[in-house]
Design a protein around this ligand. Structure first.
Ligand SMILES: *Cc1c(COP(=O)(O)O)cnc(C)c1O
Length: 466
């Protein structure tokens, strides 16, 4: 079990896999039964040579591995991983630091501190904000809304962490009609209730209607939290931040911004206008594993009121207090205690890209989105449903003889998935079936877009024959 040669062997296997990404079938080729058969069975009494374990694990998993880190994966909102990010992630595992406390790893604590400062800087957020490195967008939204719940109740004399929500003054929670499902999940975790929300209608792009928010805020007595969205998961659209924040603050409320991928628009001078005013919000959630292209799992929670952030996440015990408080104990900013050093891949990626490289990454994805929309939209019988403002494209396939376009669209999506040139998923937008194309990976080229457009059109045309 102690032979370190296994690391070189694994590096070679990793390299082989990464080199296969541009050419392998994008979707998985194995079904669940064959994977269970290959990987399963009872755990034997006797161990196996670790080198053999890794070799088998890689070989048996291979048909079930999706090339989501590759250049033609456009499903959901999924980024790849830069080689520098994978390398930093390997070191994170090799170091095996528990980054919960400063004394457990001064290096990891400082890496977090620096990565946090860089993130605030590139996103144009207040330098005094609290930052936590969490598993993803869900937990980033959880932390922001937990801090908001703390603060709006504190202002009316209620300590929610100590007293809980039973008997607490009611909290008004306002969401947009198109808010991401993670917001609802988190409202459940926080005891605020998934259905106990006031919903602001959205416009045809999925943006919260600010004038409707004004009316809804007038019905909110007492503590109020408004959830805004930077980057709709289907259309990429942005809620009107400036108006939402100004109105909510005038009402005494807290604004949380879910910007899992869209928040990064702030890091590109050409895209920045999309998030205008968002720096005045109270909390933000975003992902590293989507558009920044670091490995899973990587989310970032940011709270302007660092004291509220800290209070809502802090618990303490004598055996954990090992410093004079002048250094950063990471566990005071996240819901977890023991934890891996998620900031190192973020640090390495930002350092390698620089501000310019980051801006260029974002711009490239948006350019590819426009290329998709332009080429597909020019084809008869294909309609682009959204204004392509970011990296998301929604398309719909129109039945030539007035037949069922929903069914046609869903069939084209599954044909494209089976073909394997690229992979993308479907959705329902404003009651109509649509194909979603999300460009978040660093490695996509114009040629990848063209190949994928050809595969989509081929799938559509193949249906016409019948
Ligand atoms: C992806 C996404 C989330 C959830 O992020 P995870 O990292 O999957 O937990 C939340 N909000 C939006 C807008 C997203 O796109």
């Amino acid at each position: 079990m102690k032979n370190l040669d296994i690391l070189e062997q694994t590096a070679a296997l990793a390299r082989e896999f990464l080199e296969s990404l541009p050419t392998r079938k994008v979707g998985a080729s194995a079904d669940v039964e064959s994977l269970r058969k290959a990987l399963g069975g009872p755990l034997p009494d006797e161990g196996v040579d670790p080198a053999k374990v890794i070799e088998e694990l890689v070989r048996k998993s291979d048909p079930g591995v999706v090339a989501s880190a590759g250049p033609r994966y456009f499903g959901f909102v999924v980024g790849g991983s830069y080689p520098v990010a994978v390398a930093a992630d390997w070191m994170t595992s090799a170091w095996d630091q528990n980054v919960g406390l400063y004394v457990l790893s001064p290096a990891a604590a400082v890496i977090e501190e620096v990565a946090a400062a860089w993130i605030l800087d590139v996103l144009g957020l207040p330098h005094s904000a609290g930052v936590g490195f969490v598993t993803g967008g869900h937990m980033a939204n959880f932390v922001g809304l937990a801090a908001g719940r703390h603060e709006v109740l504190r202002r009316v004399g209620w300590n929610v962490e100590e007293q809980g929500l039973i008997g607490a003054p009611p909290v008004n929670v306002v969401v947009g009609e198109e808010c991401h499902i993670s917001i609802k999940a988190v409202l459940g975790y926080l005891g605020l209730g998934r259905k106990n929300v006031k919903t602001v209608p959205a416009d045809e792009q999925g943006r919260m209607r600010a004038d409707d928010l004004a009316g809804i805020l007038r019905t909110c007595q007492g503590p109020t939290i408004v959830c805004a969205q930077a980057g709709d998961v289907d259309t990429g659209a942005f809620d009107p931040m400036d108006e939402i924040i100004t109105m909510t603050h005038a009402h005494g409320g807290w604004v949380h911004v879910d910007g899992a991928f869209g928040l990064w628009a702030a890091a590109n001078p050409e895209l920045k206008h999309l998030v205008k005013g968002m720096e005045k919000a109270d909390s933000w959630g975003t992902d590293g594993h989507k558009w920044l292209n670091v490995p899973y799992d990587s989310g970032i929670s940011i709270v302007a009121n660092a004291a509220a952030h800290n209070y809502s996440m802090t618990v303490t015990a004598a055996y954990l207090e090992q410093t004079d408080g002048s250094v950063r104990d990471a566990f005071n900013w996240v819901p977890e205690g023991s934890r891996r050093g998620r900031a190192a891949p973020i640090y390495a990626t930002l350092r390698a890209l620089g501000r310019k490289g980051l801006a260029a990454l974002l711009e490239e994805s948006c350019r590819h989105a426009k290329r998709f929309a332009h080429q597909l939209g020019a084809h008869p019988g294909i309609e682009v449903l959204n204004d392509v403002v970011l990296n998301q494209v929604l398309v719909r396939f129109l039945h030539p003889d007035g037949g069922d376009s929903d069914e046609l669209t869903r069939t084209v999506v599954s044909r494209v998935q089976a073909d394997g040139t690229c992979w993308l998923s479907g959705t329902t937008w404003k009651g109509r079936a649509a194909m979603r194309i999300s460009i978040s990976g660093w490695s996509t080229t114009d040629d990848d877009v063209d190949q994928s457009v050809a595969a989509i059109i081929k799938a559509k045309e193949s249906l016409r024959q019948h």
